[in-house]
Design a protein around this ligand. Structure first.
Ligand SMILES: [Zn+2]
Ligand SMILES: [Zn+2]
Length: 262
């Protein structure tokens, strides 16, 4: 199975997961043009996308959803509450391309098994996704205010995961965001900090090597180097060997990430 982050961050999210038979996008929070050009960059023809999965209705996840569905006749998968919350913003979608899913109920697209699971975030019914093929598992966990046991159970055993490292708490506290927005981001239904990403990785680590890509970095309240170094130093303090126990990678806000194969 393959993974590539086309864009990841507060300014727009779009992720690719695929196999030689199936191509899936998770979220489409950028213009259709940007999504198409990034897909071309990784050699995936946009017309070969089999499905678009939506995590939640925030603009940085749905901005281009309707556009690419109409352009390439792509079915959109989201739960009922999310459909209701986003339908005005994404515009008209062909009846046959409206696919309703349920939290904790698995479904299959091509040769990829998909499980949407609940995440703590301030949207109507936000989800993360676990994707499986041929005994391998990829998990997507961004836009999470905090990590709970339920989530850990869902994403446990992944061969690869995209995990949110949204902000540095000090940068956020002393940064330019208005107070209510700071409070929202810091709340337990806001976004995961660099420190909390480190703790989550420690919590997830058993004996098997973990492959983690940090993503959904804030433009205002984080730097890629800071996110990476904060997580690395926390894990090292807790006797985790970077490069052996945990492989750590970083998704960029405006460029495609490394192309991952599991
Ligand atoms: Zn969000
Ligand atoms: Zn987001």
């Amino acid at each position: 199975m393959w993974f590539c982050s086309l864009y990841s961050g507060s300014s727009g999210n779009c992720l690719y997961v695929g196999t030689p038979k199936t191509n899936i996008l998770i979220d489409a929070g950028l213009s259709g043009k940007k999504i198409v050009s990034s897909l071309k960059e990784i050699g995936i023809p946009p017309e070969s996308i089999d499905a678009l999965l939506i995590t939640h209705e925030h603009g940085d996840h749905i901005k281009g959803a309707g556009i690419i569905s109409r352009m390439f006749n792509i079915p959109i998968f989201a739960n009922n509450n999310t459909w209701e919350a986003m339908s005005k913003s994404i515009g008209k979608v062909k009846e046959e391309n409206i696919k309703v899913i349920n939290v904790d109920k698995g479904f299959t697209i091509g040769d990829i098994d998909i499980l949407p699971y609940s995440i703590p975030h301030d949207a109507v019914e936000p989800v993360g996704y676990c994707l499986g093929n041929n005994g391998k598992k990829i998990s997507i966990a961004t836009d999470i205010g905090h990590v709970n046991e339920y989530m850990i159970n869902k994403i446990q055993g992944s061969n690869f995961m995209l995990l949110e490292a949204n902000h540095d708490v000090e940068m956020l506290k002393f940064g330019p965001y208005p107070y209510p927005l700071k409070r929202r981001v810091l709340s337990d239904i806001g976004h995961l900090s660099n420190d909390d990403a480190g703790k989550a990785i420690l919590n997830l680590f058993r004996d098997k090597q973990l492959n983690v890509m940090l993503g959904h970095l804030s433009k205002q309240n984080n730097y890629p180097e800071l996110a990476y170094e904060t997580v690395v130093s926390f894990l090292k303090q807790n006797c985790i060997n970077i490069g052996k126990d945990v492989n750590l990678d970083l998704a960029s806000r405006d460029n495609v990430s490394n192309f991952i194969e599991v």
